[in-house]
Design a protein around this ligand. Structure first.
Ligand code: AMP
Ligand code: MG
Length: 319
């Protein structure tokens, strides 16, 4: 497996791979992305193949300058430009009307494209060096846990990726918040790394679902997704311990627990820390010789909305 550090030289090599239609996994602040040239349909097809992702699930396109939006999407209105100014670079994806230059395979044939400018310096350096927008979903097998370290990527995708850039663990650890603007109204398509309240301070009310008929069929919106192999059981509070089960506590428990099969999202219940630990703790627990993982619900406000979204989806697989 080809895991390398994010040196300038390796980023240059990675950019060459992208330019030549190959696949590079790279760190972002949200999760690791599996990147390909967003303007090259054959390269983008490689992403779907490597991830075993269904073609009806559109990709997010990553850019390194706000002004580059205009290469791939119709010029957004002043409200949206202000939103980009405020939250980019960062974990906010905005759905815009696409230009023809974006191949249909990237957007699964719908007339809009999801765009984000990441803040991670290695991600930005890669996009700049590749001189093209990079389409990148999370670098995991479709439906499985999202990767927040280079090792997670290599264990799920291994040889199907040409290079894995290792930038250490992701600082936010949960996917971007996705919003769409229609008729001057803001819709939340996926909760994520920026809390809806934070965006609402800026935009006014964000509606929670799109009008009927507008919604693309996308697995980020399927009832189950982001799933460990093991059965995930959600519970308000873990109060008793069983054989052959793992435990994911929200905060430090006030009871004794088996340390070798337990993880704590954040000792003091800090939602940021909990989001950053979510996928890596689930990866660890999933690797143990156990049958189930009991998971405590977290507070459903702020980043807790995105954490609960992932946990609910992880727990739906067996229902
Ligand atoms: P990820 O797998 O984290 O890269 O997220 C991709 C998700 O972004 C998809 O599953 C969709 O939910 C969403 N998405 C991408 N493009 C669009 C689009 N044009 N319109 C609405 N949602 C989109
Ligand atoms: Mg994903």
């Amino acid at each position: 497996m080809n895991i390398v550090n994010t040196t300038e030289e390796n980023i240059k090599k990675a950019a060459e791979i992208i330019k030549n239609g190959g696949l590079v996994a790279f760190p972002t602040e949200t999760v690791y992305g599996l990147g390909a040239d967003a303007l090259n349909p054959v390269a983008a097809a490689g992403i779907f193949e490597a991830k075993k992702r269904p073609f009806f699930d559109p990709l997010i396109v990553h850019i390194a300058e706000i002004s580059h939006v205009e290469k791939i999407a119709e010029k957004p209105g002043p409200k949206v430009l202000k939103l980009m100014d405020r939250f980019w670079p960062g974990p906010l994806t905005i759905v815009l009307s696409k230009k023809d230059i974006v191949p249909d395979i990237v957007t699964s044939g719908i007339p809009t494209v999801a765009v984000r400018m990441p803040v991670h310096p290695a991600a930005l350096a890669l996009i700049r060096a590749a001189e093209t927008p990079i389409a990148a979903p999370s670098a995991n097998r479709f439906g499985c846990l999202s990767p927040t370290t280079a090792e997670h990527v290599s264990s799920q995708l291994g040889d199907s990726v040409d290079m894995i850039l290792d930038g250490g663990p992701c600082s936010i650890g949960i996917e971007s918040t996705i919003i769409k603007i229609m008729n001057n109204r803001f819709y939340l398509l996926r909760p994520g790394g920026i809390a809806p309240e934070e965006i609402e301070d800026f935009t006014g009310e964000i509606l929670l679902s799109e009008p009927q008929g507008e919604k693309p069929e996308a697995p980020g919106q399927l009832p189950y997704h982001y799933s460990p192999e093991k059965q995930v059981i959600l519970t308000d509070k873990i109060t008793r311990i069983e054989e052959r089960s793992g435990y994911l506590f929200f905060r430090s428990p006030d009871m004794s627990y088996p340390e070798n099969r337990s993880k704590i999202l954040s000792a003091n219940g800090d939602l940021r820390e909990a989001a950053a630990n979510l996928f890596s703790h689930l990866h660890r627990l999933d690797m143990l010789d156990i049958d189930k993982i009991y998971v405590e619900r977290v507070e459903g406000s702020g980043l807790g909305v995105a954490i609960m979204d992932r946990l609910k989806k992880a727990s739906m697989k067996y229902i």
